[in-house]
Write a protein that binds this ligand. Structure first.
Ligand SMILES: [Zn+2]
Length: 316
């Protein structure tokens, strides 16, 4: 019995430490030096700047938030949550954007992103940033159980560049080249037990993105290119599946499949979650008409799935 009491004491102490650590983490939010509100796609994003130097100034950074949010709004038809907060943490003597994290339902905001921005970030670095778009994409999907984390990250990895192409911020050839570079990192290695049970970096981000790409192609093949993953994702967000809501993955996939009139998401999930599924990427690129030429890619207009490739990045 004494042992048991000891464990209760130790357990309580651990819980207390975790609570205090969380509280301290959010205490850092308190020192906001200035605020700018950004309106995008029916939503307001409160951009809070913590203390610290930013060579470009707050207006340029708020402008980048607006571009990132606009791309997400274009992809989803509107910005997925009505109110969001983005906390910018300036970091002295650094370049670029880093350590982006997004949560649901913090301090009365359905979506909350915290991101570090280096003091010496240049206008070019800001324009080329992908991280803000990635973080804001997270707001358009429900919070899933831990074992399905790959779906949240894979989705953001896959959608972010496509949203930027649809918004006219990136060239389609650039993102197909990045997919050719990135997707092989998501393929299963020896010992893989499926996406729900293999929590490596490669499988979480790129394995999840590979799931999304294959799902997009399959939905488009089944619907004669009339529907795509974008329809499924819009429907999930429209049904209230945003980051402030906890959903089982089955619910999200069912809403998504209903929107495309297919069973692609549920059938793929049944296999990909519990076993390694190999994708013949060379064949997929060939069918889509994407060909590597040196550092660039060329499109093959006569490829059997050229229309599917175009449909994936078409603005609608
Ligand atoms: Zn992420």
């Amino acid at each position: 019995m004494a042992d048991k009491r000891l464990w209760v004491v130790v357990g309580s102490a651990v819980v207390l430490l975790v609570v205090v650590a969380h509280a301290l983490q959010f205490r850092r939010d308190v020192k906001v030096e200035s605020t700018r509100n950004v309106s995008v796609g029916g939503a307001t994003i409160q951009v809070d700047f913590a203390e610290g130097p930013l060579d470009l100034g707050t207006e340029a950074v708020a402008g980048r938030v607006k571009d990132a949010a606009s791309a997400v709004a274009v992809y989803y038809g509107r910005f997925p949550v009505s109110r969001a907060r983005m906390l910018i943490l300036p970091v002295r003597d650094r370049h670029g954007l880093f350590r982006g994290t997004t949560w649901g339902g913090v301090g009365g905001f359905p979506g909350f992103t915290r991101i570090s921005v280096g003091q010496q970030t240049t206008a070019k670095e800001l324009a080329e940033d992908w991280m803000m778009t990635h973080e804001l994409t997270h707001m358009a999907f429900p919070n899933l159980p831990d074992e399905n984390h790959w779906m949240e990250e894979g989705l953001a990895t896959y959608v972010e560049p496509i949203a930027r192409v649809e918004a006219g911020q990136l060239d389609a050839k650039t993102i197909w080249r990045e997919m050719m570079d990135g997707m092989p990192k998501g393929e299963p290695e020896a010992g893989d037990q499926g996406l729900d049970r293999t929590h490596t970096w490669g499988r979480t981000y790129w394995g999840g993105a590979l799931f999304c790409l294959v799902a997009d192609v399959e939905i488009r093949k089944e619907t004669k290119n009339r529907k795509g993953l974008q329809d499924a994702l819009r429907a999930i967000a429209a049904a209230g599946g945003t980051i402030d809501q906890d959903w089982p993955i089955e619910r999200a996939l069912e809403v998504g499949d209903r929107a495309t009139g297919t069973h692609v998401l549920r059938e793929m999930y049944a296999r990909w979650s519990v076993e390694p599924v190999n994708v013949d990427l060379a064949a997929l690129w060939r069918e889509l008409g994407v060909r590597r030429v040196g550092d660039l890619v060329e499109f093959e207009g006569k490829a059997p799935l050229a229309g599917v490739r175009e449909g994936i990045t078409a603005r609608r």
